[in-house]
Design a protein around this ligand. Structure first.
Ligand code: GAP
Length: 481
């Protein structure tokens, strides 16, 4: 992780927010290469999800009527259990404190609370399962208060009783800061879709089943932010809500599960590092009938990158109830009127950006010009995600090579993001592009002066082929676009 965070900063993918003031916890800025790669990722999602006849896109406001969040259940339920250390005042999420304990410590805790059950030899997987099954609710509260040391000061028996902490950021509309002016920064993009369900359906004349997709910022006042872009306070989501007839929801749920995991694989993510996690019935969100997470194996462990949820008719029924407006669908063929069920695909855009960045990171031994080897850092990301598609180099800065290279750059630039580089040895220039994932490097050399051909080097295999200058664009288009 350290190597990736440092590369991300050095090459302009991601910077700490407000760095010159010491940074703001849980907030990050995308730099020139990061913003390009992030846009590519979001474009890929947008293209896959909305360039089909049954899905429409929207872009709803971040601030919404405060009743939306009462109807959605966020005012009441969108809370995390928070504890404070009485010794050093550090603040933690109760579940994180428990999850972060070592397996050895978890074993000791199980033994201390149920010695007769856990006296023998226990394998690690069993410990983790038993710990998660038994240490919850009041028991979790008690364990944290008596047995868990504060990660900051090391004291034990120092935590307060857990309190519910609502994760929504509050602000005010208008100049008067009283309770009637409170609004929330949306903690998910989904609600902007639900409240627009009938607007979109009638404007686009869609029939059920159909979906509405949206990409946008979401805000959560996380108690503890961690792991770079994994858990931040400001982030982006790519969410799609698919409205279906009740009774067909289970089939659509399976359909969307397979579509969504395939999307990551098609964009080059290592299949071995993806897995499903089904939510246990007692861990399901208040709205869900079934839920699966797509998890990625990050350097710090498995973590969710996308959730697929069967949300039933919960959301539309609640908005009907709270707004007093009907959100029922009328099927003019069968003459049935009903509240659709919703299958949601909810991906973290910034979190999956990080997963793609990590997944592409490779260190390899590569030959140098003088017959030795060196370590090359290469981001082997899908060409469509790569921030720069091609780099153009004159082999030397003379004999008309820079002029030809500049001309190639000019011709390619309207079609894709390219980079011209004439500084330093050619090997160094290749390495600089490998490190940011540029899939192709085009070099103008002495043979170009004779036959108008250039070399095109492939980032992953490092093989070079000769292509005539007038064929470069075609070649790159077939590989990248
Ligand atoms: N509408 C459903 C929903 O918001 P969620 O599981 O709370 O479900 C969906 O969030 C996705 O949003 C997660 O899978 C994750 O990728 C991303 N996400 C959630 N909280 C995040 C945070 N604090 N920082 C970065 N990404 C986050």
């Amino acid at each position: 992780m350290e190597k990736i965070v440092s590369l991300a900063k050095r090459r302009g993918f991601v910077f700490q927010s407000s760095e010159i003031y010491g940074g703001l916890n849980g907030c990050w800025d995308f730099g020139p290469l990061g913003v390009e790669m992030f846009r590519n990722l979001k474009d890929e999602w947008w293209r896959t999800m909305t360039y089909r006849e049954d899905i429409e896109g929207i872009d709803a406001a971040i601030l919404m009527h405060p009743r939306v969040w009462e109807a959605s259940g966020h005012v009441e339920n969108f809370t995390d259990p928070m504890v404070d250390c009485k010794s050093c005042k550090a603040r933690y999420r109760l579940d994180n404190l428990l999850a972060d304990l070592s397996t050895k410590r978890k074993k000791e805790i199980l033994r201390s609370i149920e010695p007769e059950l856990f006296s023998g030899k226990l394998d690690d997987e069993k410990v983790l399962n038993e710990f998660n099954n038994r240490i919850k609710g009041d028991v979790a509260n008690k364990v944290v208060q008596t047995l868990v040391p504060c990660p900051n000061c090391g004291n034990t028996a120092t935590f307060t009783e857990a309190r519910k902490f609502n994760l929504m950021f509050k602000t005010f509309v208008g100049p008067v800061e009283d309770s009637s002016a409170v609004v929330y920064m949306r903690p998910e993009t989904a609600q902007g879709i639900y409240v627009n369900f009938l607007n979109v359906q009638s404007a686009s004349r869609q029939k059920i089943p159909f979906g509405i997709a949206q990409i946008g910022k979401a805000f959560r006042n996380e108690i503890n932010t961690k792991n770079f872009l994994f858990r931040t306070r400001e982030f982006e989501q790519m969410e799609m809500q698919y409205f279906v007839k009740p009774g067909t929801d289970t089939d659509w749920f399976e359909y969307w599960r397979s579509q969504r995991i395939q999307w990551y694989i098609d964009l080059g993510m290592d299949k071995q590092k993806l897995r499903w996690h089904q939510h246990e019935p007692d861990a399901l969100a208040h709205y869900a009938k079934d839920a699966y997470d797509i998890e990625y194996q990050f350097p710090f462990g498995w973590g969710e990158i996308e959730g697929i949820h069967n949300r039933t008719d919960y959301d539309l029924s609640r908005h009907e109830q709270f707004s007093g407006k009907s959100l029922k669908y009328f099927d003019d063929q069968t003459k049935e009127k009903y509240t659709p069920y919703i299958i949601e695909t909810s991906a973290g855009a910034s979190r999956s950006f990080m997963a793609f960045l990590i997944d592409s990171y490779n260190e390899e031994e590569a030959p140098t010009a003088d017959g030795k080897t060196e370590t090359r850092v290469v981001l082997k990301m899908h060409p469509r995600l790569a921030p720069v598609k091609a780099a153009i180099f004159p082999l030397v800065n003379r004999d008309g090579m820079p002029e030809i290279a500049k001309k190639i750059e000019k011709e390619l630039r309207p079609h894709m993001r390219v980079f011209y580089d004439d500084a330093g040895a050619i090997g160094r220039r290749y390495r600089r592009q490998d490190e940011i994932g540029t899939p192709y490097c085009i070099t103008v050399d002495s043979q170009t002066l004779e036959d108008n051909s250039v070399t095109i080097r492939d980032r992953d295999s490092m093989e070079q082929i000769r292509v005539s200058i007038d064929q470069i664009l075609n070649y790159l288009k077939t590989k990248i676009i």
